[in-house]
Design a protein around this ligand. Sequence first.
Ligand SMILES: *[C@@H]1O[C@H](CO)[C@@H](O)[C@H](O)[C@H]1NC(C)=O
Ligand SMILES: *[C@@H]1O[C@H](CO)[C@@H](O)[C@H](O)[C@H]1NC(C)=O
Ligand SMILES: *[C@@H]1O[C@H](CO)[C@@H](O)[C@H](O)[C@H]1NC(C)=O
Ligand SMILES: *[C@@H]1O[C@H](CO)[C@@H](O)[C@H](O)[C@H]1NC(C)=O
Ligand SMILES: *[C@@H]1O[C@H](CO)[C@@H](O)[C@H](O)[C@H]1NC(C)=O
Ligand SMILES: *[C@@H]1O[C@H](CO)[C@@H](O)[C@H](O)[C@H]1NC(C)=O
Ligand SMILES: *[C@@H]1O[C@H](CO)[C@@H](O)[C@H](O)[C@H]1NC(C)=O
Ligand SMILES: *[C@@H]1O[C@H](CO)[C@@H](O)[C@H](O)[C@H]1NC(C)=O
Length: 839
Amino acid sequence: MNTRTVSLHILFLFLLLHLIDSLHTLDQNNTMKDGDVLISQARKFALGFFSPGNSSLRYVGIWYYGQLERTVVWVANRENPVNHTSGVLAFDHYGNLVIRDNIGDLPIWSTNISSLTSNNSATAQLLDSGNLVLIHDLSKEVIWQSFDYPTDTFLPSMKLGLDRRTGLNRFLTSWKSEDDPAPGSYSYRFEPTGYPQGFLYKGRAPYYRGGPTIQYPHGVDRAMPHDFNYIIRVVRNATEVSISYSASTISRYVLQEPGSLKYFMWHDEEQRWSEFGHYPKEQCDYYKNCGPNSNCDANTADQLDCTCLPGFEPTSPAEWYLRDGSGGCKRRRGASMCQSGEGFVKVQGVKLPDTSTVHVNISLSLKECEQECLRDCNCTAYSSADKSMGENGCLKWFGDIVDTREFSNLGQDLYVRVDAIDLVLVPSFTARHRKSTLVKKAMVATILVSAVVLLLLGSLIYCLRLKRKRDRNARNHLSRVTTISAYVDKIACLKDLDSEGRRKTDIPVFDFGTIAVATCNFSSANELGHGGFGSVYKGVMNDRTEIAVKRLSKYSGQGNEEFKNEVKLIAKLQHRNLVKILGCCIEEDEKLIIYEYLPNKSLDSLLFDETKRSLLDWGKRYEIAYGVARGLMYLHQDSTLRIIHRDLKVSNVLLDGALNPKISDFGLARICIGDQIEGKTKRVVGTYGYMAPEYALQGQFSIKSDVYSYGVLLLEIITGQRNNGCYHMNPFCNLIGHVWELWGGGKCMEIVDKSIDKTYSEDMVSRCIQIGLLCVQRYASDRPTMSTVVFMLGNADAVLPSPKQPAFIDESAHNGDIQTRCNRACSVNGVTVTVLEGR
Ligand SMILES: *[C@@H]1O[C@H](CO)[C@@H](O)[C@H](O)[C@H]1NC(C)=O
Ligand SMILES: *[C@@H]1O[C@H](CO)[C@@H](O)[C@H](O)[C@H]1NC(C)=O
Ligand SMILES: *[C@@H]1O[C@H](CO)[C@@H](O)[C@H](O)[C@H]1NC(C)=O
Ligand SMILES: *[C@@H]1O[C@H](CO)[C@@H](O)[C@H](O)[C@H]1NC(C)=O
Ligand SMILES: *[C@@H]1O[C@H](CO)[C@@H](O)[C@H](O)[C@H]1NC(C)=O
Ligand SMILES: *[C@@H]1O[C@H](CO)[C@@H](O)[C@H](O)[C@H]1NC(C)=O
Ligand SMILES: *[C@@H]1O[C@H](CO)[C@@H](O)[C@H](O)[C@H]1NC(C)=O
Ligand SMILES: *[C@@H]1O[C@H](CO)[C@@H](O)[C@H](O)[C@H]1NC(C)=O
């Protein structure tokens, strides 16, 4: 054999071109050494030894032939690399292809074909599809193929899924890193149970469901060009459950760390790959992002909402209210779901829920499906099988409906079982959309009328029945009627909210005299602080409750009634991370807002205090940052108001007894300046050091200017330094510039407050610094929304983008200007300033 190899090499030297042409098979009589390559017939792919990334270890792999940068699509010895360049690939006596690192030793990798027992001979051939096949020399059958043992890449004509005859399940696993092709923690499988679907797992936990295709399952990608023949083939029969695809351009799916299935296409002219889609893409894509029986709705830019499916109500209303949808929804209390007039509500345009446990019958029409589902009291929902597959079919769900989300243009219709009452109340439910208020009003009206009719009808029936059979069944009907009136109550409340004022939950209006007495006539001894909108005083009421009173120094000048209404609206915003408003007080020119009193004062009194700052360990700081983020997200997203704070800073974050953060002064910009959601103002209110550039320089404010302030706050919490405190070690006069510089040099841990006990995870702190830098990016559009910030803070796995340059750095055009602003800021030192003219 050795002489054969030597002669092969001599031939290789002399007849290089001819040999490359013929080197597309490997047989019993030759050996492939490190450095040799096997090339497919049409020179599409090559097989040989390679070293990935910066590693020096040798692996046998397949890559695209003729591309400048090697893109490996398959690796044989993923876990057992060769330590040096003397590895060989050859056949053993059984006809198995093996890799040896020293001839004679046990192979470090083998095709391990179990059906081969003794003297066999086979030939290996690399096909133009990128598939390495072993063909038995006598039977001419394929006895092994690399496509059956995928690594991280899914190529056209390859199959993922289960071969029922052999039990072979083909799935993708990510590489550990770019330097190490050993299996990483993510896998992508085509699951055969129920109605087959793709699942991306992190370890063993589902991470994302769907993909990798346009149509199947349940439509994922939105951006595929129409002009390239992309065809998906799903086989679901007695011998196999599999998915494969073909495309007219060179393309591949690859499962990368951390947890992303990406689709790439090759640009021939530009000689490069371009990414054409990746999953999961959005927050709603993550598996069970919203709990059971709820729908994840992400259609308003990057806002996130979990909504209960019709007939369901939040399992924990409190968490739901705080926008934590993970608890999901449960069947509305009192709903009777079995043979008592229930039916189905169509939920339009959704990703079909998890189909692992559905019942499938492809021969049924949708109408028959409905009948079948209705007949079975345990059936909770039905839908047609994947319509894009041209299948009518019937899918029936039992138990909880898991992992649905709206899908603006590729979703399907899901029919959810509801009881008789909901059937009337919720005639149709659309997941996408936000209906115009007009439609909403019409809907409310319709619902009201129907509810009243139902109530009357119910009472009528109830009375009649009561007359007839006094004792029997009475209790049943009673609860029925109670349910209906509870609904009517709810609707009445909703209506009340709309028309304002009819409910008796008006905000308390305090008497000015009472407040004056409580605060010792606003004595300076009682003054807690002075901010942009006025002074705050501590007060003690007759019943000894402590209050904080904000005496507004400026007010936009609307009438007293408007002021009251405005305070009332803002008082309705209630969140554990917002200071509670207890009432207001109006007396001629005096406008007061009365808050709960928090004994631990504001965050700055701890954070910037040499002795007290050590009270704030990393865990506490993280909780404070997270709490503030949630409070701010709540302000930004509450659908009734959408408050932009405009003056978020450490001194506006108060701490309660347990050091829980509460944002104060929210809504004051709205009261004092007017209530535009986003806009341009001539009256800039804010604090230097916290103001986003577009706001400070041009007077443009939006939720993104609050995000900027939050970023500054976050960095201050981590570093224990004021942003406007003039950082002397630095050419730029602010903290952000300093953090940015250290970040760029990979030394950001240097800036972390030295008084924090060193027990924190550097990884976590560095993530938080990165999030802070993302928030203070120069362009508002680059900054994340608060819901994204909350998500990034709460999910250690979430991939963070790289921050771009923050504002107020290297702005040569404005440099002098900013310098003076900074200097001024230093002298005001944290006090809110109001500039009356923007530019
Ligand atoms: C390998 O070599 C043996 C003996 O030289 C020869 O009989 C056999 O045909 C060769 N096999 C192949 C596949 O060329
Ligand atoms: C290899 O090392 C160089 C220099 O250390 C680095 O820039 C590059 O990112 C590394 N590549 C990989 C794939 O790790
Ligand atoms: C490579 O082999 C040498 C000895 O042959 C051994 O000392 C070394 O630890 C090996 N390295 C790895 C990474 O296996
Ligand atoms: C081949 O199979 C044997 C027994 O099933 C197993 O122990 C061995 O690890 C396998 N080798 C490779 C390289 O897969
Ligand atoms: C395999 O072939 C060799 C030589 O051709 C022979 O000596 C040996 O007995 C054969 N082994 C089996 C298991 O048939
Ligand atoms: C299942 O589908 C595959 C691919 O189309 C086909 O080769 C196989 O014969 C089918 N099996 C049955 C039992 O129909
Ligand atoms: C599907 O429905 C048809 C018609 O009702 C029935 O004959 C068939 O047995 C069902 N198939 C399955 C797998 O349940
Ligand atoms: C419905 O579910 C309950 C509990 O899981 C079970 O006892 C009952 O048999 C089921 N009914 C039908 C018709 O499947």
